[in-house]
Design a binder for this molecule. Structure first.
Ligand SMILES: Nc1ncnc2c1ncn2[C@@H]1O[C@H](COP(=O)(O)OP(=O)(O)O)[C@@H](O)[C@H]1O
Ligand SMILES: [Mg+2]
Length: 379
């Protein structure tokens, strides 16, 4: 990663890494797996990095009570820091209620903070509509509706497809995803994942609606056509593409780990992941030509998705895109994540790739920081 060491000049950036909860991290007493590389890059750059979460922000004093790992003492030290120049989001936005989220976004917007990735969390319904507005992407989108009423949005979809996926607009990690299927005797089969796959049988439509309402409570959710995902040993499989802009601002695909679900799980999250090549060549028995064909179709789709979302939201530092491959070989867009914890990438790919991911993130942040500084001198 030579680019990160070059051309920064005398700029001395402060990097804030945003996570869900710093208290938990301090309590664990251990450094984070990815913090080491970030910290050593920062030392090389003469940059300061700290980690913080929503509770640590003092909006009035414009300060952040962040934490940094002291290697010598082997513990986290909490200290007051100024707001960062560069913000690296590592999740946690879903823990904010809408008011807190708006406040945080406003603080980012109104200060000089440069987010590496956008300080927004995608809304599944909004993203669907953006992608749908591109006619070339439509064939890759499972039919999706925002749930407004059971009669208008759920019943017709169930009739058409025999099953649906229900997903909270602001959900992550498969925690707000339910699969509902119509059974031959007019009862329903409902399943979701709560630490393990949970399934139940619902007698009739009104019981199904009650269950859904209790599951999502007041959160908005979408109703989606089920994708007939390929399977490995009877377990569902999907792909998680990790994409980033690098230190030259260019887009790259870091890796496309393949996720294999747990037995009987409606989602592939929280299970095993494999390197793309290993999975298709060794486990699925593809030949090189079939692998190349799949890869080139995927690449073209992924770049188009990324660019469509950037044309709406502005430059995005990174994105994790969930893609389904059905049994007929068609590709489908499952969802896009503005923030990616890169869990599957970390599990399936070697350390070199993970380091590249973090290097790219900081490189890109610094690239934007330099652009920003250059602009300031121009004015
Ligand atoms: N329409 C669908 N058809 C089949 N599987 C789906 C569908 N939507 C979601 N899934 C499964 O559920 C998982 C989680 O759904 P996703 O939309 O990615 O929500 P989350 O934000 O929770 O990650 C996906 O990775 C996929 O395995
Ligand atoms: Mg997902």
């Amino acid at each position: 990663m030579p680019s990160i060491f070059s051309g920064i000049g005398s700029a001395n950036p402060i990097i804030g890494v945003f996570v869900g909860n710093t208290k938990q991290i301090v309590r664990s007493g251990r450094s984070l797996p990815h913090y080491g590389p970030v910290a050593s890059l920062c030392r090389a750059l003469n940059a300061t990095a700290y980690i913080f979460s929503p509770q640590d922000i003092d909006y009035r004093k414009h300060q952040i009570n962040g934490i940094a790992f002291d290697r010598k003492r082997g513990q986290w030290i909490r200290k007051k820091y100024p707001f960062p120049h560069i913000l690296y989001l590592q999740g946690g936005l879903e823990k904010l209620d809408p008011k807190e989220l708006a406040r945080f976004q406003l603080a980012v917007k109104s200060s000089k903070i440069r987010p590496v990735s956008s300080p927004l969390e995608f809304n599944k319904w909004e993203v669907y509509r953006i992608l749908y507005s591109r006619s070339s992407l439509r064939p890759y989108l499972p039919e999706t509706k925002l749930f407004r009423s059971a009669a208008a949005d759920l019943e017709p979809m169930l009739k058409r497809y025999g099953a649906v996926y229900l997903k909270a607009c602001r959900g992550r990690r498969g925690e707000q995803v339910m699969r509902l299927a119509l059974l031959p005797d007019k009862a329903y089969h409902c399943c979701y994942f709560n630490e393990k796959p949970v399934a139940s049988r619902l007698k009739n439509f009104s019981q199904a609606v009650e269950t859904i309402q209790a599951f999502f409570r007041r959160r908005g959710f979408v109703v989606q056509q089920p994708i007939d995902l390929i399977e490995y040993k009877g377990k569902k499989v999907d792909l998680r593409a990790e994409m980033q802009r690098n230190g030259e601002g260019a887009l790259e695909i870091l890796g496309i780990p393949v996720r294999v679900a747990l037995e009987n799980s409606p989602i592939t999250t929280h299970a095993l992941s494999y390197r793309f090549e290993k999975f298709f060549l060794e486990m699925m028995g593809y030949n090189e030509a079939a692998l190349q064909d799949l890869r080139s179709r995927l690449n073209s789709l992924l770049y188009r998705i990324y660019q469509s979302l950037e044309s709406r939201y502005g430059p995005l530092g990174e994105m994790g895109i969930d893609i389904g491959l059905d049994k007929k070989g068609n590709l489908w867009v499952i969802e896009c994540n503005a923030l990616s914890a890169m869990v599957s990438l970390g599990n399936a790919y070697e350390e070199k790739t993970v380091l590249r991911a973090f290097g790219n993130a900081l490189d890109y942040a610094l690239y934007k920081h330099r652009q920003n500084t250059a602009e300031k001198y121009k004015n």
